[in-house]
Design a protein around this ligand. Sequence first.
Ligand SMILES: C[S@@+](CC[C@H](N)C(=O)[O-])C[C@H]1O[C@@H](n2cnc3c(N)ncnc32)[C@H](O)[C@@H]1O
Length: 207
Amino acid sequence: MNMELFKTLKENWDKDGHRRYHDRDYHQNYLHPSGSFKRKVDLLTPLLSLFQDRIVVDIGSNVGIITYEIAWYAKKYIGVEIWDDAYKQSLFVQKYIEKEGVFLNQSMEEFLSKNEYDYNAAYAGNVLYYFTDKEVKLMEDVMLPKCKIVIFLSCEEKKYETEVEPPIRNDLYNTESLKDILKKSGFSVEVIATKEVPLNAVVGKRN
Ligand SMILES: C[S@@+](CC[C@H](N)C(=O)[O-])C[C@H]1O[C@@H](n2cnc3c(N)ncnc32)[C@H](O)[C@@H]1O
């Protein structure tokens, strides 16, 4: 995403009211070279061509800016976001995405239980550790068997809970657990590691 567009999005989000991410300087973080979003995008950019011509589910799509990056490569995208404020902001980003796709204001439990959409790839960055046991099981039983390519990001230092986020319910923030769940579903797994702050991409592929 070029910074011109990012500033346009930020102005719109700011107009939209007082938001948690606004409070936390979330957008400035993205613009900052050491910000967590920038580090994520730098890690993901060389990997996104793996989504070429795929229909990609973005699990916990938040305001949709990673979905925007994914959509450059994907054939279609499906962003699933439980939090309605973030979902509403993603609808503004959607205007700038030239590919076919949809943002859904749903939990992954609802999305996977209904099982209405076709897809063959998935991305999850910093969200799987919020999943209930039921959502983890649905992911293993319903979603992973449909996917040829999966990119999960680890968040090795996720050891604390904040007041605003849901509780951490499992250990799907660490690389080994993410590798295990993908291997169990029959993927061959590769880890692309970053050095300074631990943030790894766990990539699962199958034929
Ligand atoms: C840390 S953000 C990740 C944003 C972005 N996808 C990325 O890679 O940076 C996690 C998002 O997942 C959403 N989320 C958490 N649990 C969820 C669930 N069970 N179903 C759908 N979305 C969920 C949160 O509301 C939040 O917007």
